[in-house]
Design a protein around this ligand. Structure first.
Ligand code: SF4
Length: 906
């Protein structure tokens, strides 16, 4: 066999001349193919041409498929040509074979195993492994793979299918066939290949025997010395590389700069964030879009990560009848639904409304019912109309149907909800929509492999295609900076290159042989990733190539990754080390700093909102003063501006819901019992019945607002829990001195510090002496310290006390209703009114009342004056507050600590 490296070399100028005469240029990847097209076009323009024929430049795999399909179009159906499977078809076939095999139950991840098997099949053919001859020596995994491969081959034979692993052999066979109708070009130029598999070597050798001339593209450049720089971590490397590139472009706008990153797949998001921050700082603004960035990343991201596709999948997932609350929110706020712009406000309110119930899922019927309420602020007529059509289309769905029929339904469902929205799409979004249609077509092509699927399986198949499709929108203009992985940098044509991340853990990369092929065989035949020696040799070749890929080369490596130290790759140790100070890098300010630099900042203390109209009662009751004590801004925002945090879904019951259940159950129970005498005299059975009824009634109240959470099973569990809790609690009430229940949740007006409130005590008991005890139920842990200080944590009971005729109140009590920690806690005028209550002397009581009156008056006056300073009582206040994004306390704290640092530094 003729070794590829013995084929003659050809430079760029001669390559372009050969292309003009019909030569075929095969590149190792898409990026290089695109680049050759661009350079060829520029060369034609430089010659003064205005039109020219498109040159034959293709990535290797694309050309094989294209050639085969051309041959198919000219082949008579009677010749029974094989159908070439596409990638999703092959993948599905492997999955199907594994699902049908007896080993299926031992595998956790069938799709991942199918991918490994598909890869092993490809390597087997590309590297001509003599696999079948060694069957007695091979491991169990390989034996299993060989069985799957046998079935795969049989399926292909039976159905006359051709897979991509064997496509080069089939094209080679056709090319020497006397019946071939598509001639192979007389000259083929190969560009960017670091190595050739035996299959490729055979292919090209065969072509040379058919008088095809094979040439190897060679880009010789003037090389200056490459340098090496150590930087603290990867983020710093990316930042300095971006600033270096910016500086070079500012000096010479015509430069072409490459940035090569071995771990690009893992670092893609960080790279985008840092490069945007440096080249397009305005990208942080909401809704920012630029069709032309200064850089292009050759590695696309999975199609499923694009917001348009995410919305499409949400719609399709909703065909199951429910979606999680988080996903419903994303759907309602998506701009890619019909009339999204027109109804964006009411859909946002609808999202907030549904969150109020904190159900983890929302049913289609519930969303529809809410969207249709005409008098509500969340009324969404256009959405409800679309949801009705959508719902009707889901009726009488077949349980199973072919992928192509599902594809039609998917498209129809998206249409019904108005996807991709009413606003005109930008170039990137438009390309994403086209990519979506292509993915749906690929899914529809699975008919040949999977004649019939259930809805869920169909959706999973489509999702896997979207996850597996890497997509990078093309920009219209050529961009000066190309960011790429090491394998894509082959034969690149740059003025300067920065290669980052070459530390000893990734370069050379650790071996990762295919687990389904015998390891010895992989090593013997030198398969990619088979051994450390193979990886070292490969990394050496690539490094050598990269070091001659541009006149100016900077190579960097990080010194740290989390807690571990990193060293430079041994392959770059020979390069001259330089320091950061010697590099020419652009000075870049963050966008916020850029804006601030252009402005004169005037500090204004603004702690007051408008004062309160005294005649108007304010909403919030005791919670108002509780919030004012916790943080004046919180009280102002919640009770004056009516700002609310968005509720988060919770699985099961949140603390707030549990508290409501206990409050309701105790109220229902005491409505029946009425006094302590009944409690202590009724039989155990009777008490249990009353408790059960009260618990059941409380659960019914919650079920009305949270039907999805309160399933029959959940209700049974809650019923049991509540009954036990109530029975345990009643022991406390049995131990108290005689009382009857006077009021339950009784509202009463109160004027304090110039504001009018309505307050409501959980329970007021009357003692034998006619005096009263005020009780506040709590399910959290309590302490009497919560009543102390200028800004008490729990001012409710002091407020009730102040609101009543002080002389008639004998005790104020917290009731801590918690399993295993049941207790009354409070203060009383006499010992023995309730367990755990401290008796206070009359003088002490009077003193306490005066103190509370002063504190509560002061808080109420603050409210009346509109005092709204962002001064939380302590960090605990902010922990449970839903408004940090409104008050921006984080930024205030940052400023304070910055001022403190500046002060300490000066
Ligand atoms: S987050 Fe803290 S500072 Fe901000 S409103 Fe809430 S309690 Fe006040």
């Amino acid at each position: 066999m003729r070794v590829i490296s013995s084929f003659p070399l050809i430079n760029q100028a001669n390559t372009f001349s050969a292309l003009e005469f019909g030569a075929l240029l095969l590149t190792v990847n898409n990026r290089l193919s695109r680049e050759f097209h661009q350079y060829y076009d520029l060369a034609q323009q430089a010659k003064g041409l205005t039109v020219w024929e498109t040159p034959q430049i293709f990535p290797w795999q694309v050309w094989l498929q294209r050639y085969y399909h051309q041959v198919l179009t000219l082949t008579h159906p009677d010749d029974n040509p094989s159908t070439l499977l596409n990638f999703p078809q092959e993948q599905s076939l492997w999955e199907q074979i594994i699902y049908e095999s007896p080993y299926r139950d031992t595998l956790l991840q069938v799709p991942a195993t199918a991918n490994t098997a598909q890869e092993a099949w490809k390597l087997w053919h590309a590297w001509r492994l003599p696999l079948t001859h060694q069957s007695s020596l091979i491991a169990e995994d390989t034996q299993v793979f060989l069985k799957w491969a046998q079935v795969f081959k049989a399926y292909c034979q039976k159905n006359n299918w051709l897979d991509n692993a064997r496509l080069p052999d089939e094209v080679a066979r056709i090319s020497i066939s006397t019946r071939k109708k598509i001639p192979i070009p007389r000259t083929i130029i190969l560009a960017g290949f670091d190595e050739y598999t035996p299959q490729q070597q055979e292919f090209f050798t065969l072509l040379t025997q058919q008088k095809t001339e094979i040439r190897l593209f060679s880009a010789k450049r003037e090389i200056k010395q490459a340098v090496r720089i150590a930087l603290s971590d990867t983020a710093k490397e990316i930042t300095i590389a971006a600033r270096w590139a910016k500086q070079r472009l500012e000096t010479n706008l015509a430069e072409r700069i490459g940035v090569v990153i071995p771990d690009l797949e893992l670092l893609r998001d960080k790279v985008v964030q840092i490069f945007d921050g440096i080249f397009h700082p305005e990208a942080i603004l909401p809704g920012y879009y630029t069709p032309e960035r200064a850089y292009n990343i050759s590695l696309g991201q999975p199609l499923v990560h694009y917001p348009l596709i995410y919305t499409a999948l949400l719609i399709l997932d909703f065909t199951g009848g429910t979606l999680s609350l988080t996903k419903i929110g994303a759907l309602l706020r998506s701009p890619f639904l019909g009339e999204a712009e027109q109804e964006y406000y009411s859909r946002g309110i609808l999202d907030a409304y549904l969150r109020k119930y904190r159900e983890s899922t929302v049913a289609l019927d519930r969303l529809l019912a809410a969207a249709m309420v005409e008098e509500a602020r969340y009324y969404c007529p256009a959405l409800s109309y679309r949801l009705q059509q959508f719902k009707a289309a889901l009726e009488q769905l077949p349980i199973k149907q072919p992928p192509s029929s599902w594809a039609q339904r998917f498209t129809h469902w998206l249409y019904l909800l108005g996807w991709p929205g009413e606003r005109s799409l930008n170039s990137e979004e438009y390309q994403v929509v086209l990519a979506w249609h292509k993915a749906v077509q690929s899914f529809a092509s699975l008919d040949q492999i999977l004649p019939s699927l259930k809805r869920n399986t169909a959706l999973n198949k489509l999702r896997r295609i979207l996850v597996g499709t890497l997509f990078q929108p093309e920009s219209a203009a050529e961009v000066p900076i190309q960011i790429m992985g090491v394998l894509e940098a082959n034969d690149a044509n740059f003025d300067a290159i920065w290669i980052l991340g070459l530390h000893d853990e990734v370069w050379p990369s650790p071996p990762s042989p295919n687990p389904l092929l015998p390891i010895e065989l992989q090593r013997h035949y030198g398969l990619p990733h088979a051994s450390a020696e193979r990886e070292l040799a490969f990394a050496r070749t690539i490094t050598k190539r990269l070091l001659t890929s541009a006149p100016t080369i900077v190579i960097s490596h990080p010194c740290r990754k989390k807690d571990s130290d990193l060293r430079p790759s041994p392959l770059i140790m020979h390069l001259e080390p330089i320091l950061l100070e010697t590099l020419n890098i652009a000075l870049v300010h963050p966008y916020a700093a850029q804006i601030q630099l252009t402005s004169n900042v005037e500090a204004i203390v603004d702690n007051y909102g408008p004062s309160l109209e005294t005649r108007i009662p304010i909403k919030g009751g005791t919670a108002l003063l509780k919030d004012q004590a916790a943080c004046p801004f919180r009280a102002f925002a919640k009770h004056r501006l009516e700002a609310k945090g968005l509720e988060e879904p919770s699985t099961g019951l949140a603390a707030l819901d549990q508290g409501s259940l206990v409050h309701d159950a105790l109220r229902f129970l005491w409505e029946q019992l009425k006094d302590q005498h009944t409690l202590v005299t009724c039989s155990e059975k009777d008490l249990q019945n009353r408790v059960a009824k009260a618990a059941s009634k409380a659960i019914d109240v919650q079920t009305k607002s949270r039907p999805q959470t309160f399933t029959a099973k959940f209700k049974a569990i809650e019923q049991e829990r509540l009954e036990k809790l109530l029975l345990e609690w009643l022991i406390q009430d049995k131990q108290r001195s005689t009382f009857k229940v006077l009021h339950l949740e009784k509202s009463q007006p109160l004027t304090i510090g110039g504001i009018h409130l309505t307050i409501r005590a959980d329970r007021i008991d009357q003692l034998e002496n006619g005096h009263q005890v005020i009780i506040d139920y709590k399910t959290g842990k309590l302490s009497l310290r919560q009543w102390e200080g200028d800004r008490p944590e729990e001012p409710q009971l002091p407020l009730y006390y102040v609101a009543h005729q002080a002389g008639a109140i004998d005790a104020i009590l917290f009731a801590q209703v918690r399993r295993g920690e049941m207790k009354y806690l409070g203060i009383a005028k006499e010992q023995g009114l309730a367990p755990n209550t401290a008796a206070k002397s009359l003088a002490h009581w009077d003193q306490q009342v005066v103190q509370w009156q002063q504190i509560l008056n002061k808080l109420a006056t603050e409210v009346a004056q509109g005092y709204a300073a962002v001064i939380p009582r302590d960090s605990k206040s902010c922990n449970s507050c839903p408004l940090p994004s409104l008050c921006r306390v984080g930024e205030i704290e940052e400023d304070v600590s910055k001022d403190r640092d500046d002060h300490e530094a000066s």
